[in-house]
Design a protein around this ligand. Structure first.
Ligand code: COA
Length: 374
């Protein structure tokens, strides 16, 4: 057995998956064999969620049934609503999201049933209820009345309704839907691997998703979309952008929303999300963020040959849609629940306990001295 250390599991293939394929050489990403760009243009988020979870795009009647299941499971218990209402107002919404899924596990009658059927039923419940609880915190922390979910609205429309009390134009809803499609799944990223690792001890789906949310929060992973907005706010205006980014690079700072462990020539999701960001900017008559976006991107590519990742365009898009900056990563959560759940079910179906080795580099064997002899 080789004891060569691969820090960060760099380049290590740890298992097979049929859910998605990231192809950095050709800048491509497929979900269950379908190009993600194609899915964005031809499908809505519910169809893609169904695809990620079930392996195939739904037929009309399958989609109808899936949407009905989601609509019927959108309500949260009075208990969870009260918990969310009484969470410290300063809590990070990602910590709230993590706690919400944990509470959903306490409330679920099937928490310890890991059969494929129960896992799918639990997935529907987590997927339908988590946005409701996140939107409840969005309003409760501002002292606003919590809005109950509405049936007959799409997943995205309902999320806007629960956060803002109204549904924006079709174009804005489509841009949001596209961002959810692009966030749904991305092979063995750190949060998905966390979910699979938790599952590998035969633990349950609520626990695995709770752990995945904790992992996604980090700024090197999903937390980057929030950080992108903090950066743009620090830059303030396009006039400052060149100076700001050059200065950051001179100081060897990590620029959020750029770089990727797998994609080195560009993130396959960026062109589509960038297109929708620019549409949203146009609708909002925004020039500021669009210009800052272009300048920072150009300098990063020209000077460092480092390309933006999907969090770079989603950050300002969500800002222009009216979401609070610290809610950007929880939006990522409500989409990625589908990818995590699919991986958890895949792991359960062909499980092997995940247990890598480490090379010991601590002190050599030492003799224990009694307390009065040390
Ligand atoms: N800003 C500035 N420099 C960056 C960079 C960034 N965003 N991303 C990578 N680099 C540089 C590194 O400093 C390193 O330079 P060096 O060789 O001179 O030391 C080189 O590029 C390789 O980067 P490395 O950190 O080894 O790549 P990685 O595969 O381990 O890291 C990320 C990938 C995502 C962790 C990294 O690109 C990053 O921190 N990005 C910002 C956070 C982010 O947007 N995360 C979301 C990912 S979808």
């Amino acid at each position: 057995m080789s004891d060569e250390i691969k820090k960060g599991l760099l380049g290590i293939v740890v298992d097979e998956t049929t859910i998605s394929q990231v192809m950095p050489d050709i800048n491509s990403l497929t979900y269950r064999g379908y190009a993600v760009q194609d899915l964005c243009e031809k499908c809505n988020f519910e169809e893609v969620a169904y695809l990620v979870l079930n392996g195939d795009l739904p037929k009309k009647n399958q989609l109808k049934k899936f949407k009905k299941q989601l609509e019927e499971n959108r309500n949260i218990t009075v208990n969870l609503r009260e918990i969310v209402k009484h969470m410290p107002k300063k809590s990070h919404p990602m910590d709230v999201a993590r706690t919400v899924v944990s509470v959903l596990g306490l409330e679920d009658k099937e928490t310890d049933n890991n059969s494929p059927q129960a896992n799918m039923r639990k997935t529907i419940r987590i997927f339908a209820k988590t946005p409701t609880a996140i939107a409840a915190f969005f309003r409760a922390r501002k002292g606003k009345k919590i809005i109950t979910p509405k049936k007959k609205l799409s997943f995205s429309e309902n999320f806007f309704h629960m956060c803002f009390g109204k549904v924006p134009s079709k174009e804005i809803v489509k841009a949001f839907d596209v961002s959810l499609i692009l966030y749904a799944e991305h092979s063995f990223n750190v949060s998905t691997f966390t979910a699979r690792t938790i599952t590998s001890s035969l633990s349950d789906i609520h626990g695995a998703i709770t752990g995945a949310i904790a992992s996604l929060k980090g700024p090197l992973h999903g937390g980057a979309n929030e950080e992108v907005m903090h950066m743009m706010n620090k830059i303030k205006s396009p006039i400052n952008a060149y100076k700001w980014i050059n200065n950051a690079l001179d100081k060897k700072e990590v620029v959020m929303g750029f770089g990727h462990r797998v994609y080195k020539k560009g993130d396959s999701r960026v062109p589509t999300m960038e297109k929708y960001f620019k549409k949203v900017a146009e609708i909002n008559k925004d020039k500021k963020f669009k210009k800052i976006y272009d300048i920072v991107k150009k300098v990063m590519i020209d000077k460092k040959n480092i390309h933006p990742n999907v969090d770079y365009p989603t950050g300002p898009t969500y800002h222009l849609m009216g979401f609070d900056t610290d809610f950007f990563t929880p939006i990522f959560v409500i989409s990625r629940i589908t990818g995590w759940a699919a991986h958890i079910m895949e792991q359960h179906a062909a499980n092997k306990l995940i247990r890598p080795l480490s090379k010991y580099s601590g002190p050599e064997h030492r003799k224990v001295m009694l307390l009065n002899q040390r």
